[in-house]
Design a protein around this ligand. Structure first.
Ligand SMILES: [Ca+2]
Length: 107
């Protein structure tokens, strides 16, 4: 079952905060919730219960979006195709280790 997820509680605002002060993130004034889009669709995860994090995963200087999901305990990697000021995500890959999808305990 796929559940539409509203990650918007803080992700985009967090991106902006991290972009402005990456050495010391500040979690205040989060603003209104916004959907985080994968292309033109809101990000969905299997079953729901997403655990988002923002980090430059590929070392290109742009903050990427990592989303842990309850479904299978997998971790999605959405590479930022935009900029830190205007992040854009288009598709994802699952985190793999030695060619196998990495998972964490769930359930
Ligand atoms: Ca990056």
């Amino acid at each position: 079952m796929r559940t539409t997820l509203t990650l918007g509680l803080c992700i985009l605002t967090c991106l902006a905060v991290f972009a402005q002060n990456s050495s010391r993130p500040v979690w205040k004034n989060l603003g209104a919730p916004q959907l985080v889009m994968d292309g033109d669709q809101p990000i969905n995860v299997d079953i729901g219960h997403a655990a988002p994090a923002v980090v430059d995963f590929d070392g290109d200087g742009k903050k990427d979006l990592l989303v842990g999901q309850f479904g299978g305990g997998k971790l999605r990697i959405y590479l930022n195709k935009g900029s830190n000021a205007e992040p854009r995500f288009q598709g994802f890959t699952y985190l793999t280790i030695n060619g196998k999808e990495a998972t964490v305990p769930f359930g």
